[in-house]
Design a protein around this ligand. Structure first.
Ligand code: CU
Length: 155
């Protein structure tokens, strides 16, 4: 009887660190490298970019909002008949442990009616809503591209 007790106690002690290693460090869903390029023409929409890092579950990014702009839309730039054009997208798949980049020339958010005070302050908080209920808030840095002289907005 005593022997049995000792063995099971020992087994529990040995198993504890394994259990911690298995579930103590799940890959989180998170967003970083967020930045906003204001439109050189202050009447035009600005563009926002960021990188989503998928966690343990596949999710979808459903919506991006910010209090610093009147309206936010998710877009994707695509080549169509040899011309760069963009179309609205409703949601974006974020596979498990995969980076999804919003970057110039690809997916981006468009910010209509960007508050000039936000541009002056230098950062804009994005709130991102995911299909699993996660709500991630990330500060986007306002960054004037050095070559924004005359090429116009090429999202
Ligand atoms: Cu766009």
């Amino acid at each position: 009887m005593m022997m049995f007790f000792r063995r099971s106690a020992l087994a529990m002690i040995l198993m504890a660190p394994l259990a911690l290693a298995a579930c103590g460090d799940p890959a989180p869903l998170y967003v970083d490298q967020a930045w906003v390029r204001p439109n050189p023409n202050s009447e035009g929409p600005a563009a926002g970019y960021f990188v989503i890092h998928g966690g343990e579950q596949p999710v979808q990014l459903r919506r991006v909002t910010t209090e610093g702009a009147l309206r936010v839309e998710m877009h994707e730039s695509i080549m169509k008949d040899g011309m760069m054009t963009m179309q609205p997208i409703d949601s974006v798949d974020v596979p498990v442990k995969t980076e999804v980049k919003f970057a110039p020339g690809g997916k981006h958010v468009m910010l209509f009616g960007l508050n000039p005070a936000v541009v002056k302050a230098g950062k804009l908080p994005f709130t991102m809503l995911f299909s699993n209920g996660d709500r991630i808030i990330v500060d986007a840095v306002i960054q004037q591209a050095p070559d924004d002289g005359g090429e116009g907005m090429n999202h």
